[in-house]
Design a protein around this ligand. Structure first.
Ligand code: SF4
Ligand SMILES: [Zn+2]
Length: 282
């Protein structure tokens, strides 16, 4: 992976990408078309006025600018810690063939399986635009079996973590079966990224998830105060988190916090578990 600022890179034109996605959904384009032409354009990553920016211009849709970081020193430090290239994979055509976005070397630590685009919350913004699409996209067991078959199909293999996500993965009707299947084919580090509502509602659900093979829970957090939750456009539901944590712990699983906007990421926000309870940190 190229690092350093400034540098040239490739990115997506959001409008071209949307058109390409809609082309596949509407049946005018094939997945192969999308793989080869997802809307890639050239971009530049640069530092300006204390921020790391990405600038790009599409011939059809004009210029775009995104803020990648408001802390250039931190951005550069994180890039310097990147694993970089380690080994080339063999027999990975089914898994790593994504046109210009193909992964060419193995350093995967997480296999993320998005089970559904539905969610029982309506955060604003949502990192996945859950509930925003006019359609439900949900994996069935045949899809899940295929995902894990492909994940095991190439060499070399290493122990990887599986993260079931979404949307809200616990709403998937096959959530428990998917965990069980992953375990049965040899994946043991199984996690879910969740807002915790289902775990709070039903201790039995947490127990069944544990019995199916779930190892840990990435629990979404913005903070424990009204202020820290207000930008979401929903109430402060710290009490629900407490109940979810109780049930998760009672089922024998570990919980980590994750911020809401990057449900795949992990960040403490302004709260963490101390002495078995949620405490604000300054
Ligand atoms: S950010 Fe997470 S919890 Fe909120 S609506 Fe999106 S998927 Fe659901
Ligand atoms: Zn464009």
């Amino acid at each position: 992976m190229a690092v350093g600022v400034p540098r040239r890179t490739l990115s997506l034109c959001p409008d071209c990408n949307r058109e390409a996605v809609e082309g596949v959904i509407g049946g005018q384009a094939s997945l192969a078309d999308f793989r080869d032409r997802p809307g890639i354009i050239e971009a530049e990553i640069l530092e300006e006025a204390g921020r790391i920016l990405m600038r790009k211009a599409c011939e059809k849709h004009g210029p775009f600018e995104d803020v990648l970081s408001n802390h250039p020193a931190f951005f550069k430090r994180m890039e310097s810690l990147g694993f970089g290239k380690d080994f080339n994979c063999a027999g990975d055509e089914l898994v790593h063939s994504h046109g210009a976005n193909s992964i060419r070397t193995g350093r995967d630590t997480y296999l993320i399986v998005d089970l559904t685009n539905r969610c029982n919350m309506f955060c604003s913004p949502c990192y996945m635009d859950a509930n925003a699409a006019g359609y439900v996209h949900e994996l069935d067991m045949q899809d899940v079996t295929g995902v894990f078959e492909r994940a095991k199909s190439f060499k070399p293999q290493r122990e990887i973590n599986v993260l079931f996500s979404g949307g809200e993965a616990t709403l998937s009707p096959i959530f428990l079966d998917a965990i069980q299947h992953a375990k049965s084919v040899g994946f043991h580090r199984l996690h879910v990224a969740t807002n915790g509502i289902r775990f709070a509602q039903e201790r039995e659900f947490a127990v069944r998830a544990r019995a199916a093979g779930l190892h840990g829970v990435y629990l979404q957090f913005d903070g424990v105060t009204e202020e820290k939750n207000s930008h979401r456009g929903l109430g402060n539901y710290t009490e629900i988190k407490r109940r979810a944590l109780d049930n998760i712990a009672a089922a024998g699983m570990a919980a980590r916090s994750k911020d809401r906007q990057s449900c795949h990421g992990s960040k403490a926000g302004d709260s963490f578990v101390r002495d078995g309870d949620l405490s604000p940190i300054d």
